[in-house]
Design a protein around this ligand. Structure first.
Ligand SMILES: C[S@@+](CC[C@H](N)C(=O)[O-])C[C@H]1O[C@@H](n2cnc3c(N)ncnc32)[C@H](O)[C@@H]1O
Length: 252
């Protein structure tokens, strides 16, 4: 059997199209919104112009705008952007439907953000490198690229797993996942079963990069590591950290 975590038919729009209607319900607090806003104000400067890759429903972008930043967000999923419009009907966030590698707006921006593992949504060979390159082309020398992602620890992962995400008397959501450490990929489905509605599938897929791989991609694109934390509120990064927030600075 091929060692793969691939979901056949999965595309860049699949995640957003599957999760848009429940994203804010399930993931409102999945990362620290207030600390993210503070970090972006710190790196972009008060009133600075931020580019968010994979802006989604605006969970982070709208609070950034409310903190005085100017925010442009791009997302592949029109379903996610429709949720952003509901949250931000007056269009304070400049929303662009497109790919976060190939369709980035010209800028320039003071800083860019790719939060909550979103960089790992780029699955094709070389796509994450091309993303670093594309962001570099939108920043001035000294501009910041903030990357938030999990720290891969594939040794402790079973190759496949099923667990219960939530359960009530007439509804259960199962989390089904598989990992391919050799390919640095993981994929899964949230399987929602209801008496009234039958089955609903929500697929996801990531291709993870190690810290050294990320730093190498960043260096190739002209960035250096300015700082690395375990959280947006600057908790120290240690060998035991399960996630990282890395601020890359563009050197030119
Ligand atoms: C995990 S969500 C994060 C949303 C938001 N940044 C947040 O933290 O709540 C990832 C987002 O990236 C988008 N996405 C995935 N692949 C993309 C691509 N190639 N180009 C642009 N957006 C993409 C998805 O549609 C989804 O909205």
């Amino acid at each position: 059997m091929r060692d793969t975590a691939e979901v056949h038919g999965y595309e860049s729009t699949s995640y957003g199209d599957g999760f848009a209607e429940i994203y804010d319900d399930w993931y409102a607090d999945v990362t620290d919104v207030g600390a993210t806003v503070q970090r972006m104000v710190a790196v972009a400067g008060s009133g600075g112009h931020v580019l968010e890759l994979g802006v989604g429903t605006g969970r982070l972008a709208v609070p950034m705008v409310e903190a005085g930043l100017s925010v442009t967000g791009i997302d592949a999923s029109t379903a996610m952007l429709a949720q952003l419009t509901l949250r931000d009907p007056s269009g304070r966030v400049t929303a662009i439907a497109g790919d976060m590698v190939d369709d980035l707006p010209d800028g320039p921006f003071d800083a860019a953000l790719v939060a909550y593992n979103t960089l790992f949504n780029l699955l094709e060979d070389g796509a994450q490198q091309r993303c670093f390159n594309a962001v570099a082309g939108r920043l001035p020398v000294g501009g910041a690229f903030v990357v938030e992602a999990f720290v891969p620890n594939s040794e402790n992962r079973s190759r496949s797993d099923v667990s219960v995400r939530s359960m009530t008397a007439n509804r259960v959501v199962l989390s089904v996942s598989q990992h391919s450490p050799d390919r640095q990929e993981a994929s899964g489905q949230f399987v929602e079963l209801t008496e009234a509605g039958g089955v609903r599938l929500r697929p996801w897929m990531v291709r993870w990069a190690t810290l050294s791989q990320l730093d190498a991609m960043a260096a190739t694109a002209g960035f250096c590591v300015e700082s690395r934390w375990s959280t947006m509120d600057c908790s120290p990064f240690t060998d035991d950290s399960t996630q990282h927030v890395t601020v890359y600075r563009f050197k030119g």
